[in-house]
Design a protein around this ligand. Structure first.
Ligand code: UDP
Length: 404
């Protein structure tokens, strides 16, 4: 089982001591996290690591997920798209009703008793109506900088009822939100199977298993099959890179999350587009690409792409940088916080520029190495789980006061 002391060799004794001291103040407190899916996507990734770590600190941390049918997740994906800026989205009265009814049903099967309840993203947001006690935090992981107000308006009324709302970046905070707010950058766990060091033979074995040539340059994008992640854009960039570096290969990895009904459609689109291209590999969790394989591929990338049009934070960027891989990415959301242009990778405005920078890094491995190493330092200082748990502990203390 994970222990906070295990992180000392990475982040230092001081940081670990600080965490223990904070945890001591709220030992035994019950924290309940609720989100939409147990796997797939960044929220599940974070919770799967932060809950065991909190438990190891004697916090009674629990994680529950919503139950919903396809119609529910279709509605909530529309909400997600609307919050990220799709102005076309509208929901019918029946869709709103189904959303509220599903959450009401969940309120009867979830355990909502706790000192602090952390509700993640719009899917479980109306649970606040069934509050029986405790302090409630709404953690928003998506980019709400230019939301569709038809959808955001009614949801904001629910957000106002929480004790605190937490956003990944300052620019996501709605101007007229009256409740208390907090900024919390998402973090990755360096000890997780996805991020821990692995052997060279494991990397080579993974590449061989999927037919990727270990002796040629590999560029890659990891991310759900979703219009915002622009998987087709990554393929377009690869085509342009190949005009400059013929040996380049692209590995596109995406997963099918329970709460994402758009994945199948975008997977098909990516497959159809990739079929016309040479040296493009489209892989998913259904091909057996789990945490270890993602880790191996990310370590084999010469350059990681993140062509997202919108990005709440982009843990995939954090993961690549932690592995010393430079990232060529758009300026969307949290990417620009992680990719420091010219220092940990390159920020680009279009496909052509992405191809140019990627080719540059393929041609100059020494430059890629320098940027990758700066990227790892940047993540170590700012985006590791020890910072994440510290923020949760501080928030908890702020909400309930010191108990011990
Ligand atoms: N992920 C994965 N397999 C995939 C695609 C994504 O394990 O095929 C993981 C990825 O490694 C990262 C998370 O899902 O940990 C995605 O988080 P991110 O913040 O990048 O995006 P989100 O999906 O939350 O929008």
């Amino acid at each position: 089982m994970v222990k906070v002391d295990d992180y000392a060799p990475i982040v230092g004794e001081g940081e670990v001591e600080g965490i223990k001291q904070l945890a001591e103040l709220i030992k035994g407190e019950k924290v309940v996290h609720i989100n939409a899916t147990p796997y797939g996507g960044g929220v599940a990734e974070i919770l799967s690591r932060i809950i065991p770590l909190a438990k190891s600190l004697d916090i009674d941390a629990n994680w529950q997920t919503l139950k919903g049918d396809t119609e529910f997740f279709t509605v909530t994906k529309k909400m997600h798209n609307a919050l990220q800026g799709n102005q076309e989205v509208a929901l019918s009265e029946a869709e709103w009703r189904h959303y509220f009814d599903t959450v009401r049903f969940n309120s009867s099967i979830l355990n909502l008793e706790g000192d602090v309840l952390v509700i993640h993203d719009p899917q479980p947001l109306p649970l606040i109506e069934y509050r029986r006690g405790g302090k409630w935090a709404w953690r928003c992981h998506i980019d709400t900088s230019s939301p569709n107000l038809r959808i955001w308006g009614p949801l904001m009324e629910l957000v106002q009822r929480y004790n605190i709302a937490i956003f990944s970046l300052e620019k996501y905070i709605p101007r007229n939100l009256e409740t208390q707010v907090l900024i919390d950058h998402p973090t990755i766990d360096p000890l997780a199977t996805k991020n821990a060091g692995i052997s060279v033979s494991e990397i080579e074995k993974t590449l061989n298993r999927y037919g990727v040539d270990p002796e040629r340059p590999i560029i890659g994008q990891v991310g759900r099959f979703d219009p915002w992640k622009d998987p087709l854009g990554a393929i377009a960039v690869h085509r342009m890179v190949k005009a400059r570096v013929r040996a380049a290969q692209l590995v596109l990895i995406g997963s099918f999350a329970k709460d994402d009904p758009e994945a199948a459609e975008w997977y098909e689109k990516a497959m159809a587009f990739a079929a016309k291209e040479k040296d493009v590999f489209v892989l998913t969790n259904l091909d057996g690409v789990g945490d270890l394989e993602v880790n191996a591929f990310q370590r084999a990338f010469s350059v990681a792409l993140q062509m997202s049009k919108r990005e709440g934070f982009g843990l995939t960027v954090t993961e690549a940088l932690w592995k010393g891989v430079p990232v060529v990415g758009t300026r969307a959301g949290g990417i620009s916080l992680q990719v420091i242009d010219g220092a940990t990778g390159y920020l680009i405005d279009n496909y052509e520029e992405a191809a140019e920078k990627t080719a540059l890094l393929l041609k100059k491995p020494w430059l890629a190495r320098e940027l990758g190493q700066s990227g790892r330092r940047h993540v170590k200082l700012n985006f590791l789980i020890t910072k994440g748990i510290m923020n949760y502990l501080r928030m908890h203390i702020e909400l309930v006061g010191k108990r011990n």
